[in-house]
Design a protein around this ligand. Structure first.
Ligand SMILES: Nc1ncnc2c1ncn2[C@@H]1O[C@H](COP(=O)(O)OP(=O)(O)OP(=O)(O)O)[C@@H](O)[C@H]1O
Ligand SMILES: [Mg+2]
Length: 234
């Protein structure tokens, strides 16, 4: 397994946000965590990427134990988070934001990485000199993902990439997610849009306040009556 999480507990002061969740992602796989507001999706990603310290449990990435390690260390290993809300450095240009994403790369690799990002997001190439703060919501999501790709992820963690996007753009972002995966990057996708998430993912976990309540192949969960009524509006 590329990523293996066991019995992860996260507390914010007196509030327990995760009550011991376990899940895994194989090399090259797309796995989704679906759940309603406050289920603990963002908390899970933050715990994996070193932004919050778990109280209990273990995180293994590429056979190394990484829980409690600093964010930059985790990123260097290839576990890269694209944060929710896609906040760029607004005063910096698109190009400067992308370069920040490639902080862990050698000079020679950076241009190649950038070209790779432009293949997925041609629109970013047209806007390299634009201040990131003036991008549209869709372009910001592209920039956030592009910045993540610059860091050479082996596992890219996406926090609600479809949030606030028009239906056409949602389709486009999900097809780019599939394409990034086809080129060999594993993906951990956190989504409220269970319909789209279950369509692109191989496997899924349902998170209900702080606990994994269901898991299995995405196609099976799409047919599960509990998932249908709670997450698919059927
Ligand atoms: N910094 C914090 N301090 C205290 N509680 C927090 C903090 N961050 C999150 N929480 C709480 O932890 C729980 C899980 O929050 P989290 O942001 O992980 O949920 P989520 O599944 O990502 O929700 P959403 O779909 O709304 O983004 C919530 O009850 C939230 O209020
Ligand atoms: Mg969240």
């Amino acid at each position: 397994m590329l990523l293996k999480v066991t019995d992860l507990v996260v507390d914010y002061g007196a509030i327990r946000a995760l009550h011991g969740i376990s899940f895994e992602v194989a090399e090259g796989e797309i796995v989704t965590l679906i759940g309603a507001n406050g289920a603990g999706k963002t908390t899970t990603l933050r715990a994996l990427s070193g932004l919050v310290k778990p109280s209990e449990g273990q995180v293994w990435f590429d056979n190394r134990r990484i829980d409690g390690k600093a964010g930059h260390t985790v990123t260097r290993l290839g576990l890269v988070q694209v944060p929710e809300g896609r906040k760029p450095f607004s005063d910096m240009t698109v190009r400067e934001n992308l370069l920040l994403g490639g902080f862990n790369r050698s000079g020679a690799e950076i241009q190649a990485a950038m070209e790779r990002v432009f293949q997925s997001f041609p629109r970013l190439k047209e806007r390299l000199k634009q201040a990131a703060g003036t991008l549209s919501g869709g372009e910001l999501q592209m920039l956030a993902m592009g910045r993540g790709l610059m860091a050479k992820p082996r596992l890219l963690m996406l926090d609600e990439p479809s949030m606030g996007l028009s239906p056409i753009l949602v389709q486009e972002i999900f097809s780019i997610i599939s394409e990034i995966n086809r080129q060999g990057t594993a993906i951990l996708l956190v989504e409220q849009n269970a319909y789209m998430a279950l369509k692109v993912a191989a496997r899924a976990y349902v998170l209900e306040p702080g606990r994994v309540t269901l898991s299995g192949p995405a196609q099976e969960l799409r047919q599960d009556p509990r998932v249908k009524s709670a997450y698919l509006g059927e």
